[in-house]
Design a protein. Sequence first.
Length: 230
Amino acid sequence: MVTDPGLARLMTWLSPGFPVGAFAYSHALEHAVAHGEIDDAPALIRWLGGILEFGAGRVDAALFRAAFEAVRDGDDARLAWAVERGDAQRGAAELAMESTAQGRAFLDTMQKVWPRDRLTAWRAALDRSEREPAYPVAVAVACALAEIAPRPALVAYLHAFAANPVSAAVRLAPLGQTDGQRALAALESVIVGAAAAALRRDADDLGAAALAVDWHSMRHETQYTRLFRS
């Protein structure tokens, strides 16, 4: 269960208006659209479903769980491990930048609007280690400190994760707003299943296999015209 205040915070923290700059990233979708791989709603659903089940969505869900449980249990070493793995588990430079830039922006806003001593201490520890938190790690820390239940928090995170490239696809591909909503509706069960799987499997299972996304991300780095940073 999630309390009313917890639900309100989830809706705020993971809304498109929260200042993490999510609108600037397409998670390699821009290059895939430019090369004709995504030109309708079914193709977009397949693309994002694969990312949620086998790619960065799977990795992010595992990192979210690890960071949440670390904060809940007061395990600073486990939290540091999640931060380190967040750095390592990215297939391309732009995908790494997409995650850490949003993680840094999320943490900065949290410190200004919802300040907590433990957040300040964690920010100092990150500075000492010269690392930035992956986006799912930053969100998980905030949710754990706010005592929001892990399952709804993770479902909300993965929904926001999927909604952002859907928004990008509506701007890039010949898709309308209704097609975008069809995609999100079709991905509901995938999102819920991905969250449940992450909470059920071994906490150290961070493997992923979304090679096409990684390839498109690498090619996007030198794409001639670009609207997005990834």
